[in-house]
Ligand binder design. Structure first.
Ligand SMILES: [Zn+2]
Length: 314
């Protein structure tokens, strides 16, 4: 096996990069600005940056398994994207272009999917081969690993947990254009949306009425302090999330759900409450499914990118 691998997680504003040993140790991490626009070539920037690191560390190309790339959009199994709005890309064969730019093997994946792979490899899902990750941030992201393999599917939409419809009666629209998506309830934005609706519809006293601009953290913190209204909101959000995750369980039956993203900083209140409702939605040995927190934070992407290419050497 080769000794090193690069991981490059390309986001809308920055590219996070990591130099890894193929054993899973992160040796260096750094960032470059994502320069979008006609006159720039993001992949060339990434290739140049990797070459700079190889020179600095006196490493040769032949010592690398290659580079794994994460992009913010659906990615097909052949390493191409149909469109990636955040990066200003239309149809693009990312894998081939990157191979030409850097001269080493390349694997490409969706950013949420590679984060799941990273958490399976060295994070909250370590030790398991069947991992479903759900990222609760501004939106709800997901990544599914089955038998150690990341599932991207026919169109690159595998793992889009946030946009499964869990409520056919919803009247407001999700960012994706549909109504009733899990993201409308279980994201940070969704928690605030539901909290505001509930506060308006009720006269019940709550510390949340005193918050200037209500955040998901306010709701979860108040629940931890026993504010009855916030507890109800938290139970409701966890119940809806659990329902969505029970669908995932019926399809892929993971060993563990790893919960990450900003909202997950609330900790065990989320994993325990979700698990409680989840057990009511599933049957048989599905009730043995574990719930854990993500541990790699913003580095999950670069870990997963590196893991994507490691072991693929011909
Ligand atoms: Zn949606």
């Amino acid at each position: 096996m080769k000794k090193y691998a690069f991981g490059a997680d390309i986001g809308g504003t920055t590219v996070k990069l990591g130099l890894f040993t193929t054993e899973g140790e992160l040796l260096e991490k750094w960032e470059i600005t994502t320069r979008t626009g006609e006159e720039f070539d993001i992949l060339q920037d990434v290739a140049d940056s990797c070459r700079g690191m190889m020179e600095q560390k006196k490493l040769g190309k032949e010592e690398f398994a290659g580079i794994g790339i994460g992009v913010p959009g659906p990615v097909r199994d052949d390493g191409s994207v149909d469109v990636c709005v955040n990066l200003g890309w239309g149809k693009k064969q990312v894998r081939d272009e990157m191979e030409a730019a850097l001269g080493m093997s390349v694997a490409v994946g969706n950013d949420a999917n590679v984060a799941a792979l990273g958490e399976m490899w060295q994070g909250g899902g370590k030790g398991y081969e069947n991992v479903a990750m759900v990222t609760l941030g501004t939106g709800v992201g997901g990544g599914i690993i089955v038998g150690g393999k990341m599932i991207s599917g026919a169109h690159g939409y595998g793992g889009e947990i946030g946009h499964m419809c869990i409520n056919t009666h919803e009247t407001e629209y999700c960012n994706c254009g549909k109504r009733g998506c899990l993201e409308q309830y279980a994201s940070a934005t969704g928690i605030v949306r539901m909290a505001k609706k509930a506060l308006e519809a009720s006269e019940e006293d709550s510390v949340l009425r005193k918050a200037d601009s209500l955040t998901a953290k306010d709701v979860l913190d108040a629940a931890k302090f026993g504010d009855a209204f916030a507890v109800k909101l938290t139970e409701d959000f966890c119940r809806r999330l659990a329902r969505g995750l029970s669908f995932v369980s019926c399809v892929t039956d993971p060993d563990i759900f790893v919960i990450g993203g900003g909202v997950s900083k609330a900790g065990s209140i989320i994993t325990e409450t979700v698990k409680k409702y989840f057990d009511g939605y599933v049957f048989g040995s599905q009730k043995d499914t574990k719930f854990g927190l993500a541990t790699l934070g913003n580095d999950a992407g670069i870990y997963g990118c590196a893991k994507l290419i490691i072991g693929t050497e011909k």
